[in-house]
Design a protein around this ligand. Sequence first.
Ligand code: NAD
Length: 473
Amino acid sequence: MGLDWKVFQNTINGKQETTQQKRHGVNPATGENGPEVPVSTKEEVDRAMKAAADAFESWSEVPWEERKKAVLAYADGLEAEKENFAQELTKEQGKPLAFARAEVDAALHWIRTVATLELPEETVTEGDKEIVVRFTPLGVTVGIVPWNFPIQLAVGKIAPSVLTGNPIIVKPSPFTPACGLKLAELAQQYFPPGVVQGLSGGDDLGPMLTSHPTPAKISFTGSTFTGKKVMESASKTLKRVTLELGGNDPAVILDDVNIDEIAQKVAGLAFLNSGQICIALKRIFVQESIADKFLEAMVKATKNFKVGPGTEPDVYLGPIQNKMQYERVKGFFTDIEKENWKVAVGGKNPDGPGYFITPTIIDRPDENSRIVTEEPFGPIVPFLTFNTDADGIKKANDTSMGLGASVWSSDLERAAKVARKIRAGNVWVNAHLELDPRFPFSGHKESGIGSEWGITGLKAYCNTQTLYLKRKE
Ligand code: NAD
């Protein structure tokens, strides 16, 4: 059954509901209001929690194979709605339509791949004794989602949670509520009431969910600042947490690369999604002997990126997703004059109505400056240099973050040696951002706790139980 894309509601216990108070997001390309969405209160939260807790009793007993079938059918349902999701995503998030379609494709790939993962019991037999390690569902989970990849990051929580037998309540970002609400609504066609629910609301909804006594786990993706609050709140009832937080990913570019080719790629990876990716390249370190040529090639590549509304063809950078983030990113542009930074390309932004920012490279700012130490989460990156490979490693690791990193070289052995020394959860050689749902995604240091996806990610939705079975008393 097709979804109605004019109405956006909560999903509680299998039903669509609205609330007395409403709010809306803003189309960041035009400044126009998005569709009205509910503002959930404690009353909605309590009812959703009760429905999820009831659903847990039966859903956790449904055999794995049946849960897997439901998850796969959900993916087919999403595929049938692909274009509607992509169009809505561009409207509410701002990303170019081609990238919005790619996000839905990635979501489909994530759901279908997660569904192929298994968590068999591990059995050891010794004489008359059998020891079995089981992975049992935790209970009700809450998925808290940010605004940069509202679809992919939501299904990256929904699929593993329900596959492992845990009902989930999804909370989209107040900036991008529409797609998240529709993901929960769509799920009603494939799962019993209470297994997948969706609640939208204001800034108070997240804390209401994390502090509620019912959930057994919070899966949170967002900023490090909020992640710490989530952990503190969850600690009151010892809820499990998976925290996927901010990043300040370095690219370490060794002196033997093909300069033009890699500069083009690195620029693309810094400015993709207008820099609003947790694992976008945010610090570019280039070995000194090739630095000038590399910067020149990066500038050339950057000048070719078109900025504009995501509905226009060939746009590479859509607007910044929301006003708050737009103002934050513009703060780094104000620093240009204050800090006397040298601008290699960009530096000036168009006037509204949309929240557009010109891709900008700052040439060798002080390494203690804000543009290097903080995550701008927008299309402005520092270009930096290093001397020896060891120096490159040291600079790459000089951060409290540890989400992603990449090393670029035509000598795989040399690059792999550097890669192994970098303290981050995802390290690529001659690539960046290329994720695979069969493998865990996690952050070191203040980039997170635990991991999502892969077998490790599935286990994070389970308790372990060790059964000691003896044949004779
Ligand atoms: P955010 O932390 O402001 O918000 C994330 C979500 O948390 C939203 O749904 C928000 O409503 C909710 N929230 C806000 N306060 C809360 C509270 N006190 N308790 C519970 N929930 C609360 O992050 P954002 O601005 O939406 O996203 C950008 C950040 O997310 C960046 O730092 C980025 O690096 C990070 N991010 C990380 C990953 C990852 O996988 N590691 C992926 C995408 C984005």
